[in-house]
Design a protein around this ligand. Structure first.
Ligand code: NAD
Length: 266
């Protein structure tokens, strides 16, 4: 499979280049960055400390989509939407790791799936996707008698909060309880908040240092507390999951897919 990487100079973009170059089932179709980015003009292999590929990092995303079977995008929501339009136009699969979409941007992204394959995961790690499945199950089993709180910590550079994964975990608990997360989410608490409303799903966000991604889903009742925790210690769990997703997308009909489809939870 010929895979293109957009945002290839970013933290995840670099890991993705390495992953694609090292994977026996893929070849790197090319790599792009934003106009003005320091990675432009470089060989993507050399950028990540691998042998030269003969390719050159450019800023023409459309040209990259035209030569790729699938493109992996870990950038920013508005950038990803522009790429989704190119994916639909060129009928190229788009694998989206970007987080921080608001409801309107998310709906716009999903709309492109009528014309091409869009695969989105707020978190490509297998362990986190297991945590999602468990959170939904525990939410279903315990219901509102146990207060659900979601705690996450990420590195100091992260720009969105709560993390896409924390929100996905909240949606999993809400879905287990048969409610809509938006109706019960308590995303920020500050000052005199009053007592906790039964059924709310609370979020707490920590930022600092180089933490790759920690998530805990807590279920608290009088006298006991259950905590389900996942801690990422290497970013390659995301890039390997994204490449696995790209390969899974090969030959699929247009549609909107996610890790539940890939792992067979759907
Ligand atoms: P980063 O800032 O290091 O990288 C983003 C890159 O996108 C930058 O190099 C930037 O120059 C580039 N970019 C911006 N505009 C562009 C354009 N028009 N064309 C091409 N490239 C462009 O960020 P990061 O840590 O790599 O994270 C990127 C996104 O991925 C974030 O939303 C983050 O939350 C998400 N993420 C998701 C997962 C997951 O498993 N789904 C894991 C880690 C990070």
């Amino acid at each position: 499979m010929k895979i293109g990487i957009v945002g290839c100079g970013g933290r995840m973009g670099r890991m993705l280049i390495k992953q694609v170059l090292d994977h026996p089932a893929c070849t790197l179709a090319g790599a792009s960055e934003a106009p003005g980015n320091g990675a432009l003009g470089q060989d993507p292999g050399v950028l990540v400390g691998s042998p030269a590929t003969g390719l050159v990092i450019g800023d023409d995303a459309k040209a990259l989509f035209q030569v790729s079977d699938g493109v992996i995008d870990f950038t920013a929501p508005q950038v990803t939407l522009a790429h989704a339009a190119l994916a639909a136009e060129t009928r190229t699969a788009l694998i989206v790791g970007t987080t921080g979409f608001d409801a309107a941007a998310q709906a716009a992204l999903a709309a492109f799936a009528a014309r091409t394959v869009i695969f989105q995961a707020a978190n490509f790690s297998i362990g986190v996707n297991l945590l999602l499945g468990l959170s939904e199950q525990v939410g279903r089993l315990l219901g509102n008698e146990y207060d659900a709180e979601i705690l996450e910590m990420h590195h100091k550079h992260k720009v969105d909060a709560p993390s896409g994964t924390a929100l996905a975990l909240g949606r999993a608990v809400a879905s287990g309880r048969g409610v809509d997360l938006d109706a019960v989410a308590e995303r920020v608490r500050d000052g005199i908040t009053g007592a906790r409303t039964p059924g709310d799903i609370g979020f707490a966000t920590l930022r600092g240092g180089a933490v790759i991604g920690d998530h805990t889903v807590m279920f608290a009742a009088d006298g006991e507390r259950i905590e389900l925790t996942h801690k990422a210690s290497d970013r390659s769990i995301y890039s390997s999951g994204a490449v696995r997703a790209a390969l899974w997308c090969q030959g699929r009909d247009p549609g909107f897919y996610g890790m539940r489809d890939l792992l067979g939870f759907a």
